[in-house]
Ligand binder design. Structure first.
Ligand SMILES: NC(=O)c1ccc[n+]([C@@H]2O[C@H](COP(=O)([O-])OP(=O)(O)OC[C@H]3O[C@@H](n4cnc5c(N)ncnc54)[C@H](OP(=O)(O)O)[C@@H]3O)[C@@H](O)[C@H]2O)c1
Length: 251
């Protein structure tokens, strides 16, 4: 039985990715900051472990507990919407610690075992906002564009060891807690920068419109992640969701 370790399984995409791998008969190590938040159905194939992607020791402990990991899914992440000058360096660091450095740290934790076994797959959950520049998404987009760049180059350096690396680029998914969490963080960190009020209104209106059109579901993302994990012909950057596919094709 193959083992997948997934980060950020308390909710949203991560939870759905865990459900998908369980349904496919995998052994699933579902990690989350607070395991008491677990809502996954009980299963003999399931192990729930604590993992905060910003804490090196937490990552190392979870990987050591997990045993041999065939697939790592770096899903944990946080959103943000604000002008560059409306984003304090503390917030910038928190975004990069979570969305970018956490991905690298988790890769570093599983790679020795994968290299030894000469097999493994790493799937990084990025974002379709990396495909198209939009105002106020500068910092979040930079944190995810770095994940794309990392993925593409790491795929080359790890291929000789039989290890594949791919990034899944989801479109906008209003069904997860992502937007609500981001709005709470923006409010807790001084709100939107007033000098960019026009962009703020336009961007929020565009998001509202987009939510009424084709959006991305957690199932779309779980499908793309499962494909990336199991199909060696998966491209290194794979859009997930109708809106993301449209952006990808129009890029
Ligand atoms: N929803 C979208 O529109 C969208 C679009 C493109 C890409 N994405 C990306 O998709 C991924 C999943 O997002 P989602 O939509 O499922 O959002 P979500 O519902 O907010 O879930 C995010 C998950 O990440 C976890 N997390 C946050 N900080 C963490 C940390 N320091 N260590 C470990 N886990 C942490 C959260 O855990 P807690 O419960 O502990 O906070 C939660 O389980 C993220 O990487 C996000 O950037 C989302």
């Amino acid at each position: 039985m193959q083992t997948v370790l997934i980060t950020g399984c308390s909710t949203g995409f991560g939870r759905e990715i865990a459900v998908r791998f369980l349904a496919e008969g995998w052994r699933v190590v579902a990690t989350m900051r607070d395991p008491s938040a677990n809502t996954l159905p009980e299963s003999e194939q399931l192990r729930v472990l604590p993992l905060d992607i910003t804490e090196a020791a937490s990552i190392q402990n979870a990987v050591a507990e997990a045993g041999a990991v065939d697939v790592l899914v770096n899903n944990a992440g946080i959103g943000w919407l604000n002008a560059v000058e409306g984003t304090s360096m503390d917030v910038v660091r928190r975004i990069f610690e979570t969305n970018t450095f956490g991905v690298i740290a988790a890769m570093q934790a599983v790679l020795p075992g994968m290299r030894e076994r000469r097999s493994g797959v790493i799937v990084n959950v990025s974002s379709s906002v990396t495909l198209k520049p939009l105002p106020l998404l500068s910092v979040y987009r930079a944190s995810k564009a770095a994940v794309n760049a990392l993925t593409e180059a790491a795929a080359l350096e790890l291929a000789p060891f039989g290890i594949r690396v791919a990034a899944v680029l989801p479109g906008a998914a209003p069904s997860t807690r992502f937007g609500t969490n981001a709005r709470a963080q923006i409010a807790a960190n001084g709100g939107f920068h007033q000098a960019y009020a026009d962009f703020t209104q336009q961007t929020l209106a565009r998001m509202q419109d987009a939510a009424n059109g084709p959006v991305t579901t957690s199932e779309d993302v779980a499908e793309a992640v499962f494909q990336a994990a199991t199909d060696p012909n998966t491209p290194r950057l794979l859009p997930a969701g109708a809106d993301a596919v449209a952006w990808f094709e129009g890029r």
